[in-house]
Design a protein. Structure first.
Length: 262
């Protein structure tokens, strides 16, 4: 994640750079003591997150945040300041957080982790929720699956984290009371096609890959809370209460693994 720092106090910039030097995926690409230099820089350099003070010489942080929101709607903002009375202004700009100096390193780590998650969600139209009930959202709207088995098949594929599932494995999980005969195999094939068609109706079919009796999901095209937890996301650790795909018995074994991450 590319980050720039804007603060007219060079010591404050140095404190921030020291705090994030060991954080993975954080690259401080530039720092500015003059807010008027930020826009020209962004015109030529992509940035994911802007860390800035509120009260500065020239353009103040709230004014600059408003300009950035208009020009770059997806950019993330974090305010670090010695003033407490601008928090509501920061909230109106949808800032990730508002930290008051002096701040704890843990506070900063959590704020940056939140910014990373927000970036992922904005970059990916498809969001999969596995904690509690299983649901899929496209552009913040849930897919109302007509076929319960199609939804369960997708849940199974998400649980496999991109690993392939053949027909026998799908039948064992979804139709454990049925014989694995030609009729059930045809049913599995029909459900797979139905799942693809339902996803296509919502322009989300890119997440499903099918080839020669094998099925899997492309984990790169959607955000999933379970995947984020396995990547050590602090935010998803807070969201996981011990319930995972509670409608499906085959998902119970995953709970003990996920519990180790919280």
């Amino acid at each position: 994640m590319k980050v720039i720092v804007v603060d007219d106090d060079r010591e404050a910039i140095a404190v921030f750079e020291e705090a994030v030097k060991d954080m993975p995926e954080i690259e401080v690409t530039a720092s500015f003591t003059d807010g008027s230099m930020v826009i020209p820089y962004l015109e030529k350099n992509p940035v994911d997150l802007v860390i800035m003070d509120v009260v500065m010489n020239g353009v103040d942080g709230i004014q600059l945040g408003g300009i950035l929101r208009g020009l770059y709607p997806d950019i993330q903002l974090i305010y670090i300041t010695g003033y407490e009375n601008y928090a509501m202004d920061a909230i109106r700009l949808h800032a990730v957080t508002y930290l008051v100096k002096p701040y704890e390193k843990e506070e900063l780590e959590y704020a940056i982790e939140t910014a990373k998650l927000l970036l992922r969600r904005k970059q990916k139209r498809i969001v999969v929720k596995t904690f509690g009930h299983f649901d899929v959202f496209v552009d913040n709207k849930p897919i109302m699956f007509r076929s319960g088995k199609a939804k369960e098949l997708l849940a199974l594929l998400v649980d496999r984290q991109g690993g392939t599932v053949n027909t026998d494995q799908a039948i064992c999980a979804l139709w454990e009371d049925r014989p694995n005969d030609e009729a059930t195999q045809n049913l599995c094939s029909k459900v797979t096609k139905g799942l693809y068609n339902e996803l296509k109706e919502h322009d989300a079919h890119e997440m499903l890959l099918v080839s020669r009796g094998l099925r899997c999901v492309d984990t790169e095209v959607f955000y999933c809370d379970m995947y984020a937890l396995l990547e050590d996301s602090k935010k998803e650790k807070k969201n996981f209460s011990g319930e995972y795909m509670i409608d499906y018995s085959w998902a119970e074994d995953r709970v003990s693994q996920l519990t180790k991450y919280i």
